[in-house]
Design a protein around this ligand. Structure first.
Ligand code: ATP
Ligand code: MG
Length: 443
């Protein structure tokens, strides 16, 4: 990708209406655009990061469920049926905006904050017999919540992205079995996205309709709103709300635990028969009796919140720092050319073309162990070296290739690792080999 085709203008100063580090850096780097408090649009590089996070989630969820997409707009009646229209204190409603529209339809709709009301009627259409169970559906979709404190950028949106999965089971044992599999898939995802070492499975309250615990996935992070108590020996943690009872149950003392600030990035629950009952969801069992209500579970991950958490954890005074698994590009070529077609520009162009060529396919001719397909951004703009170097640090792409006149006199270019700041000078002809070995060092 050529930078000149991205149509961006980075900002030197923090926007005056943002206080959260993630919002400030993402806005300055033009990854997001603020529409209003808690509502953001995603610009080219921001969308790339979000898509990569969501694809990593998808990869894990495909091992335990089938992907669907449910509607954002729901008939109000579905929410009346479960009694939650009046109960959920962050629920938004949508209705005709003007008289002409009202003349067409005066119906009122809910903008879904979560999708139990939609998934259960879908599931009851297909779960007719015990033979149809178990099954699980998931989606990655936009959610709407009327959050009172929308000052934390992507950490707390009024419109935000979430993966939500719902599973249906014949027995409690089968549900519990699946629940453990979901925990494994979740931790695999957190490892892949670069948060493996700082994410802890945390016992929390199960909500209003069950005595059972739920499990939150909490990332240790100063910007988080939660307090967790970590048992370092077992690697498990407790949310403050269940601490007292869990200390008793597990024969622990609070001194054994470390108190940490954390941000909830995922939450898995048993729903028991709370929703299946509301929709009169019954299946026929082996004896052809139609009176059995399935067990249901729900499993959420906040994909846009994770994007914010990555900035909070890894961003520094120079800007964003992305783990390589979700960076918008792998490499940025920072070409410090004075004008188009000078030597620096030509070398940069060659490097760009070399890194963009299609990956080699077997049979190999030799030397291809260095071959990897990178996603490359070339800063081809005619701007000062200072602006380009600062922008590159602000974007947080893992590897920079800095190409300038002085080094080129000796046929050298610089490779800079954004997360450590390490700079290595390499010969142009060794570039590909050096990139490959440095790529292993990127987190
Ligand atoms: P919180 O306690 O932070 O308000 P929650 O417990 O209400 O979150 P859930 O209903 O469990 O959230 O939603 C599942 C996941 O969706 C959360 O673990 C979180 O990662 C994400 N999420 C929830 N609310 C928001 C929001 N307003 N903005 C961004 N992500 C959110
Ligand atoms: Mg939660």
């Amino acid at each position: 990708m050529l930078h000149s085709k991205l149509f961006l203008k980075t900002k030197k100063e923090a926007p005056s209406d943002e206080v959260a580090k993630n919002a400030i850096l993402l806005d300055r780097a033009n990854f997001i655009y603020k529409e209003m408090a808690g509502v953001y649009s995603y610009l080219p590089m921001g969308l790339k990061v979000l898509n990569k996070i969501e694809n990593l989630i998808r990869k894990q969820m495909d091992t335990i469920g089938n992907e669907i997409t449910m509607s954002s707009l729901a008939p109000k009646e579905l929410w009346e049926k479960t009694g939650r229209l009046e109960e959920v204190d962050v629920l938004f409603k949508a209705s005709a905006a003007n008289e002409n529209s009202k003349n067409k339809s005066s119906n009122e709709y809910v903008l879904n904050s979560t999708h139990e009301e939609l998934i259960t009627p879908i599931a009851l259409e297909f779960g007719k017999s015990y033979k149809d169970f178990p099954f699980a559906y998931y989606q990655i979709q936009t959610k709407f919540r009327n959050e009172p404190r929308a000052k934390s950028g992507l950490l707390r949106g009024r419109e935000f992205r979430m993966k939500d999965l719902y599973s249906f089971h014949l027995t409690q044992e089968d549900f519990e079995d699946y629940y453990e599999k979901a925990k494994v898939a979740y931790m695999n995802f957190f490892k892949e996205v670069g948060l493996g070492e700082s994410t802890f499975i945390t016992s929390a309250s199960g909500g209003d309709f069950t005595d059972k615990l739920s499990h939150e996935f909490q990332v240790v992070c100063d910007a988080g709103e939660d307090i967790i108590y970590l048992n370092k020996n077992s690697g498990t943690a407790y949310n403050k709300e269940v601490l007292e009872i869990e200390l008793k149950n597990n024969n622990l003392k609070v001194e054994d635990l470390e108190e940490l600030k954390a941000c909830e990035v995922g939450n898995i629950f048993t729903l028991e028969d709370r929703f299946t009952k509301s929709f009169n969801f019954q299946y026929t069992n082996v004896d052809n009796q139609k009176n059995v209500v399935p067990h249901m579970g729900c499993y959420g991950i906040g994909s846009s919140r994770i994007m914010g958490v990555l900035v909070e954890k890894f961003g520094d005074e120079k800007g964003l720092v992305w783990p390589k698994a979700v960076a918008p590009f792998d490499i940025e070529i920072v070409s410090l050319h004075k004008e188009k077609n000078d030597k620096v520009y030509e070398v940069s162009k060659n490097v760009y073309q070399m890194l963009n060529r299609p990956p080699l396919t077997p049979p190999y001719q030799g030397g291809e162990e260095y071959s990897k397909k990178y996603e490359v951004l070339w800063d081809d703009r005619e701007l000062s070296a200072g602006v380009k170097l600062n922008d590159a640090d602000l974007y947080g792409i893992p590897m920079q290739i800095i190409i300038g006149t002085k080094n080129l006199e000796e046929n050298l270019v610089e490779i800079k690792l954004r997360h450590t700041g390490e700079v290595v000078k390499v010969k142009v002809e060794d570039l590909e080999k050096e990139l490959m070995s440095l790529w292993q060092k990127v987190f």
